[in-house]
Design a protein around this ligand. Structure first.
Ligand SMILES: Nc1ncnc2c1ncn2[C@@H]1O[C@H](COP(=O)(O)OP(=O)(O)OP(=O)(O)O)[C@@H](O)[C@H]1O
Ligand SMILES: [Mg+2]
Length: 336
């Protein structure tokens, strides 16, 4: 594989993240990154208009950086995307595709018409076939195809968030160890995604409606201030809150408690299912993991060590935003 540059794009509910990766089979380098806030008024726009605005922001981001981009790829992050494992009886390789569709159709009627389905085989032996399948509403995928046409660069591929960050984890997170079982949590603004990576393989993924915005909502409601102000205060480490008798730590804990719960349920589920394996580590990514004092909060909540992440490449200037860039970075990574 000759060197190839791909721009990975993650359109979140609050920020667009972009990462330009130069890669061949052996080396993968992050060349440039961007985090572009999405103005509030765009979020509530009708879909076509919203996508036009998003395309403008992306084109602007590319132009500002003076980079040449010929290929882009997206990471889809939506609670409508479902990722789950599958097991099939022993069958031939060419029968796998059909068998997966049949299996899914039993539970989800009409799914082949309504959803785009992709899968990955982890093991194909005499005992059977094991792997992961992801399905995403076709409408959502079509939105991304339309978005790439508006940007004027055709999309190389569209990947689901859980798979993007698993790829980024393996390549760019310094804690990643191929023999460990890890819970990788992407804390966004509106959603958080709890993923189990078992020895470098994604085996479980769940998305919940909770993120950095949950803290802002709680603070804004309790103190009767705007959401923008609440978020600003959060960025400023809730300075002077204690002075006024406000319980900043309580807001944070309550705001993130559904995420903590989901992680603990996942640990329990995993240890119940796998008698001889355990979760070794919890790693947090996403903008929500940039919260000041995050590592301190994490100490109390779990029976397993939890931490925020560091990139493998320490010299990079993007280091501050690195945790929120992982879906975009992963989207750009080619799988061999
Ligand atoms: N330094 C920081 N301290 C605390 N919170 C932060 C910090 N930086 C960003 N955040 C929070 O992270 C969230 C944005 O993260 P991110 O860009 O990953 O979200 P998103 O991908 O746009 O959202 P989603 O994935 O939910 O669609 C916001 O809630 C923001 O307040
Ligand atoms: Mg996100």
């Amino acid at each position: 594989m000759a060197k190839e540059k791909i721009l990975g794009i993650d359109v979140g509910s609050r920020n667009i993240k972009m990462a330009l990766i130069n890669q061949d089979r052996k080396t993968k380098n992050i060349i440039d990154t961007a985090v572009i806030p999405i103005p509030e008024e765009i979020v509530t726009m009708e879909e076509t208009q919203r996508l036009e605005k998003i395309a403008q922001l992306i084109k602007g981001g590319i132009a500002d950086r003076n980079i040449k981009v010929k290929k882009i790829s997206f990471s889809i992050n939506s609670p409508q995307v479902v990722v789950r494992s599958f097991q099939l009886p022993p069958i031939k390789k060419k029968e796998i595709h059909e068998a997966i569709l049949m299996d899914l159709s039993k539970t989800f009627q009409d799914i082949t018409n309504t959803h785009a389905i992709s899968y990955k085989v982890y093991q194909h032996t005499k005992e059977g076939v094991e792997g992961m399948v992801a399905f995403c509403p076709k409408k959502l995928v079509e939105g991304y195809v339309y978005l790439s046409s508006l940007i004027g660069i055709s999309a190389k591929y569209v990947d689901v968030n859980a798979n993007s960050i698993t790829k980024a984890y393996k390549t760019f997170i310094s804690h990643a160890k191929p023999d460990e079982n890890v819970i990788l949590v992407d804390i966004g603004a509106t959603y958080s995604q709890v993923n189990v990576i078992e020895k470098d393989r994604l085996i479980l993924s769940r998305t919940i409606a909770c993120g950095g915005g949950s803290i802002d909502k709680a603070v804004s409601k309790h103190l009767n201030i705007s959401l923008e102000q609440a978020e600003k205060d959060k960025f400023n480490k809730f300075m002077e809150y204690e002075l006024h008798g406000y319980d900043a730590e309580g807001y944070i804990k309550r705001g993130y408690s559904p995420i903590v719960q989901e992680i603990n349920q996942t640990i329990a589920f995993y240890s119940q299912k796998k008698k001889h394996a355990k979760i070794d580590r919890i790693l947090l990514i996403g903008g929500g993991s940039l919260l000041y004092g995050m590592e301190e909060y994490l100490k109390e909540g779990f029976s397993v060590p939890a931490s925020t992440i560091k990139p493998t490449d320490n010299n990079a200037a993007y280091i501050k935003e690195f945790p929120s860039l992982l879906p975009a970075i992963g989207a750009a990574l080619r799988e061999d």
